[in-house]
Design a protein around this ligand. Sequence first.
Ligand SMILES: Cc1cc2nc3c(=O)[nH]c(=O)nc-3n(C[C@H](O)[C@H](O)[C@H](O)COP(=O)(O)O)c2cc1C
Length: 374
Amino acid sequence: MLRFLTSGESHGKCLVAILEGMVAGLSIEEASINAELARRQEGYGRGGRMTIEKDQAEILSGVRWKKSIGGPIALMIPNKDFKINELPVVKKPRPGHADLVGAIKYGRADVRDILERASARETTARVAAGAVCKQFLKEFGIDVTSHVVCIGGVWAATENLNYETTKKLSLHSPMHCADKKAEKKMMARVDEARKSKDTIGGIFEVLVKGVPVGLGSFVHYDRRLSAQLCAALMSIQAVKGVEIGMGFKVSENLGKDVHDEIFHDKKKGFYRKTNHAGGFEGGVTNGEVIVLRAATKPYSTLMSPMQSVHIDTKERQLATVERSDVTAVPACGVVGEAMAAFEIAKSMLEKFGGDSLIETKRNFDHYQKQVDVF
Ligand SMILES: Cc1cc2nc3c(=O)[nH]c(=O)nc-3n(C[C@H](O)[C@H](O)[C@H](O)COP(=O)(O)O)c2cc1C
């Protein structure tokens, strides 16, 4: 089974990801991991940290002569801002962060012990592991992208764009947004929030193209790939809601306007003209583009801090202020891509098995032939 763990603190020495269960024979280069890490650092609205760091991964193990060898793949990203032992003690937990619950749960007198690990700097390691998964998916013609559809209530009009156009237009946007007009308004919204010493959230969309029919299963709750993907996105710090396809809007529409009619053509096989289901029926992929959306809350580190309580004296005091982003929804999208790539790579390996890329590809090709003649 494919799995990964991360280790490291926000201002610790480094972040580490260990990806276990990846097939042997996959080309893995630091450059393609670094390209993803650079995308995670982008986005209008970031704080000072992103100007300090220039994330670069070092492959520590599991790869020889630029090919995976079947063992665990360890990736390390050093922190330039390594100063965990020089930072001040934190006693005033921020509402909305893991600060207070973490300090109570782990019995820590210094909230820094909590916030250093709860920080979303951890997502650097997720993106590194996800970059390897993306490389694996590429071998099967599967591509993953993301874009921002809403920031602080400003919506992009991107519903009618196809996968390629969305990817192209959002790739070089400072807001990772495929709608130029909305992008400007979103940036103005970020400026307003910064000026008022506040933060804003938003919604990002993850799209996955080229997924075969039949990943996941309806036979058990824990085999629904749609549910696994939702859990993976919900695990991203600050994400508070996830939708697939038409999402919550299904509840407002008639059945005939929700379901995607089925067509068949000799060349294409079975296909749909709409994709309200977002690529899933019965928790199983139906071959259409997977469409996932996730909403992130406004971050809890406010430059104009909210009320809190000193954990020792129990006096009312304002919460601690740490360096912080006004918003990081574009980066959250890149993390979402990594999580989706991991879940889909795991599902591909569950279905097709194999210890080497050649073996997995052989099994995949046989299955595709079976699908083609259905
Ligand atoms: C890419 C990314 C960047 C983030 N940057 C910040 C930040 O600068 N300041 C902040 O307070 N929270 C930030 N967060 C969110 C916090 O990490 C998160 O709210 C916190 O860990 C509590 O978890 P919860 O919101 O899921 O309950 C960021 C999240 C992500 C995914």
